[in-house]
Ligand binder design. Structure first.
Ligand SMILES: [Zn+2]
Length: 331
């Protein structure tokens, strides 16, 4: 799929193809933006466009020998570096520095993509500093990251940064609708759940999502009704157990809790229903919005942020969850 057909971030796509058509791409680019919005895909498509034998307005033709090889991941001039384990090793980055000096095997350009570029310690970063500063004119380096400020300033300053934005829900909905056969209301929920991230829309299992949502919506209703302490303590115990088994499961539930609170908050303030992520449970959201002042809901969202901070500081999970829920249920 050439750059022009990618979902979202059309301005970035246009800037890249225009620069490529004029042969004016910077030698080092930093793709920065939230996780799951397509940065890596853009980098791969850009690599295809700059190595393409017969580009169309700076974009890949998609059919030439070079494009076919790039699509199958076998282009000798396109190299992708991913962290080995949790980090880019120094040896890997030295390899990048060395290979950046190679002449293209084909006759165009070499492209080196570093995914999760923030996952390198200073030594690894220092191994590519000189290469970033002065790569051969035939080499393009693209760093991809969702945490640009975790990169060394010396790395950032040697790259031209392109910022990626979350993708609007309508575009994601259109994309999912074209690609998958799902009932329209499910597509709509997924596109909202994605919160601007195509990656999240693709990786979300809707039935798992609905099960979790049932729990979280029940909990919010319990809070709204100032439900009894015993049930709130049970809920805290349940979430603590979930978190003990799998930290990311607890995170997903807390995300959902916040998303649902935002939905209720939005409904309470009379925002258009398009902005509601969980549109398929609108009636329950409306009931909550009718019974609970928006200021109270806002405190629930803040409380989850504070809880996360406490958990990062290794607070006891169950104690922290209990304190939060009992506090919110009693307010
Ligand atoms: Zn081509």
């Amino acid at each position: 799929m050439p750059l022009r057909d990618l979902i979202g971030n059309a301005r970035v796509a246009k800037a890249l193809t225009r620069a490529n058509a004029r042969d004016r791409l910077p030698h080092a680019l930093l793709f920065a933006g939230p996780d799951g919005v397509g940065k890596r895909t853009f980098a791969m498509e850009l690599a295809k466009a700059v190595t393409c034998h017969s580009p169309v307005d700076g974009d890949a033709c998609g059919t030439c020998d070079s494009c076919v090889r790039a699509t199958s991941g076998e282009h000798p001039d396109i190299r992708v570096f991913v962290p080995e384990g949790t980090l880019h090793k120094i040896a890997q980055m030295r390899e990048l520095a060395r290979e950046a000096q190679y002449r293209p095997f084909d006759d165009h350009r070499r492209v080196m993509i570093v995914d999760d570029a923030h996952k390198m310690r200073d030594e690894a970063a220092n191994a590519i500093l000189k290469t970033l500063e002065e790569p051969p004119p035939t080499t393009l380096i693209v760093l991809v990251t969702d945490q640009p400020y975790s990169l060394l300033g010396t790395i950032r300053s040697r790259c031209q940064t392109l910022r990626f934005a979350p993708v609007d829900a309508e575009s994601i909905e259109g994309f999912l609708g074209e690609r998958f056969k799902r009932p329209a209301d499910e597509t709509k929920v997924l596109s909202r759940v994605a919160a601007g991230r195509i990656g999240r829309a693709l990786s979300t299992d809707l039935s798992v999502y609905r099960d979790r949502r049932k729990e979280m919506l029940g909990l919010i209703e319990l809070l709204a009704s100032r439900g009894d302490r015993l049930r709130l303590m049970k809920a805290a115990q349940f979430l603590a157990d979930v978190g003990r088994k799998d930290r990311s499961e607890l995170d997903a539930r807390l995300d959902l809790f916040v998303d649902l609170c935002r939905d209720v908050y939005g409904v309470a303030l009379g925002e258009p229903s398009d902005g509601v992520a969980n549109a398929d449970v609108t009636l329950r959201l409306e009931a909550l919005a009718a019974s609970t002042p928006p200021e109270r809901i806002a405190t629930w969202i803040d409380a989850v942020e504070r809880l996360r901070e406490r958990l990062r500081q290794n607070a006891n999970r169950q104690v922290a969850l209990e304190a939060m829920l009992l506090g919110l249920g009693g307010e």
